[in-house]
Design a protein around this ligand. Structure first.
Ligand code: DON
Length: 583
């Protein structure tokens, strides 16, 4: 490998000189500094709910749980009680945990449930309406995190969310617009139409949005914990409505659901320890696998936006996403070679397969098996010919003692499957689309080709790309981050990590720099529109990349902590107009 670097270093340097960083960058992110606590989230009322809890003596987990419940009220586009996610926690005393509260397939789900008699995908079956729903994990996950790591009573932590639901909050321009944009989806379901579209009298910016049903649901949870949701009156009503609309989720499914505490994945990059989310997310595996490949591949003085850097990064992304497609799924159900994929010898083999001058063709990519992988398990993605969009929210919290939380929560697409459960006030997810509905065929929302490892099975959790990530140096948290964006999450997180840790850019710049994305299939290098120069695009096309410009890639909400001073810097990506709030 050293020989490889020596051979190509001069060429890389030449390119770095020939192509200075892009003159254009995305808009400046929202930033804040503080030393007692920091919350970075999609929406100001939820961020302030987190600060309120920190000021009442709550720790980062209490605050994150408060933000999570508040987002279910103030950011119904993605915040939720009807979805799921992953919460990565690193306490100042060294404890680390990943709370997996990903949705699970209902007991009546089966492999071919989204295919017609001819084996074709039924349009919208996995994305809209009652049958697209996985058993929600949000309430189980938030309350479990709170119970295990929080310092305050649940009731106190949920108080801001209950207040926001009961008394209401002024509708922002963004919410007014996004509700209007979602009208075609929400108006298909009477309860969603009533609550979110006011039966056609759309909310205007500045009007107060009160959610009485949701407030009632939240109060029950605050009083009785997750049991209220999974076993009590909420579960009863949930299951009754499901049955009435031919959905699959039963009371038994709800009762059986459990959030799980898992060991976070640990990787190393140039003296940093990186914690990531294990399966059923692909995020941690993909980010850490890419860092392993890139560590010796990127020269120390590489420029983040030089075409040669983008080329090497793209080839790395292509390989990690090919592995995502080949091997990843819920490891409680499929044999997933996590250790092999993170093996340094395996990274070396993948690195050796990268041509420093030319793009590989995804369809012809032939990668070795990771060590320890048993070919028998039959997970392989079978490629089908290529065929011809979504919403999550990430928030990060760090408190004054250095406890840190990075958590991503989702109902998959904007406003999920469109269904609000009558009388309960919350929208449901369409996370079932994250499964492999048909091996070899791209999924509906993100064009992801996936394998049998991610086929639908009762109780199984669909493969996610959410990548809550925490970076540690000398035993202390220095960075917590994550993003929405489906598979683009993985690359957005990777790019921000590298911009900060490898290219030495300040966090705000690391977040603002233009982004690009490759996910193996389709074999296309997506670049953020209008942020790359013609010279950059030409140089990439000359290496054989098929380029396509697209709207923004991800929206990273990150916090940096300076271990020497305890100073916190919050940065919220302008791409989705989130906020950083600290004190
Ligand atoms: O878990 C996943 O990977 C997806 N359900 C995330 C969806 C998402 O990020 C949409 N946001 N823009």
């Amino acid at each position: 490998m050293r020989r490889f670097c020596n051979r190509f270093l001069p060429a890389l340097l030449l390119f770095a000189l020939a192509f200075p960083p892009s003159p254009t960058a995305a808009q400046a992110p929202d930033t804040a500094t503080g030393s007692d606590g920091m919350v970075v989230a999609a929406e100001p009322f939820a961020a302030e709910a987190g600060l309120e809890i920190l000021k009442q003596g709550g720790n980062a987990v209490d605050a994150a749980v408060a933000v999570g419940f508040a987002l279910a009220v103030t950011y119904p586009q993605a915040g939720n009680l009807g979805g799921g996610g992953f919460m990565l926690i690193r306490m100042a005393d060294g404890r680390a945990a990943l709370v997996d509260y990903r949705e699970a397939a209902p007991g009546a789900a089966h492999r071919d449930m989204y295919l017609d008699a001819e084996g074709n995908l039924v349009p919208q079956a996995s994305t809209v309406g009652w049958r697209a729903v996985g058993v929600p994990g949000a309430v189980a996950g938030l309350t479990l995190a709170q119970e295990k790591f929080g310092a305050l009573p649940l009731k106190k932590v949920m108080a801001p969310a209950i207040r926001l639901a009961e008394k209401g909050f002024p509708v922002s321009e963004r919410l007014a617009q996004e509700l209007r944009d979602a009208a075609p989806l929400l108006s298909q379901f009477p309860e969603s139409r009533r609550i979110f579209l006011r039966n056609g009298r759309y909310y205007e910016p500045g009007e107060t949005f009160r959610q009485k049903d949701l407030a009632r649901t939240l109060k029950k949870i605050a009083k009785r914990g997750a049991r209220a949701f999974y076993q009590g009156s909420i579960a009863k009503r949930f299951a009754r409505e499901m049955k009435r609309h031919h959905g699959l989720i039963t009371r038994a499914d709800l009762r059986r659901y459990q959030a799980r505490v898992r060991q976070p994945l640990l990787g190393h990059f140039r003296g940093y320890e990186i914690l990531g989310a294990p399966p059923p997310s692909s995020g941690g595996v993909a980010v850490l696998e890419m860092l392993n490949i890139l560590d010796p591949l990127l020269p120390p003085d590489a420029e983040p936006l030089a075409p040669q850097t983008i080329h090497l990064m793209t080839e790395t992304m292509r390989r990690a996403f090919a592995d995502r497609a080949r091997f990843l799924g819920d490891a409680d159900f499929a044999s997933v070679p996590v250790r092999g994929l993170l093996d340094l010898g395996y990274a070396r083999a993948l690195r050796a397969s990268i041509d420093p001058a030319r793009a590989s063709a995804s369809e012809q990519l032939s990668l070795p098996d990771p060590p320890g992988y048993e070919a028998r398990s039959g997970n392989r993605a079978v490629l089908a010919p290529r065929r011809e969009s979504a919403n999550t929210t990430h928030f990060s919290v760090v408190d004054g003692t250095g406890n840190a939380v990075a958590t991503s929560i989702t109902i998959n697409s904007f406003f999920g499957n469109g269904v609000t459960l009558p009388g309960l006030g919350f929208l449901l997810n369409n996370e079932m689309d994250d499964f492999t509905a048909k091996p070899g065929a791209p999924n509906a929302l993100f064009d992801l080709v996936q394998s049998q490892a991610n086929k639908i099975e009762p109780g199984k959790r669909p493969l996610s790309s959410m990548s809550p990530t925490i970076v540690i140096r000398n035993g202390e948290v220095i960075l917590a981050l994550g993003s929405p964006g489906g598979p683009r999450i993985i690359n957005a997180v990777l790019l921000v990590l590298l911009n900060r840790l490898a290219f030495g850019r300040p966090l705000a710049e690391a977040v603002a720099l233009p982004r690009y994305h490759h996910q193996w299939m389709p074999d296309t290098l997506f670049l953020e529109k209008n942020l790359f120069s013609q010279e950059q695009l030409d140089a990439l096309a000359a290496r054989g990349h098929a380029l396509r410009e697209r709207e923004s890639i991800g929206a990273v909400n990150a916090i940096e902590r300076d271990p020497a001073t305890g100073r916190l810097t919050g940065v919220s990506d302008a791409r989705r107009r989130g906020v950083a709030r600290g004190f």
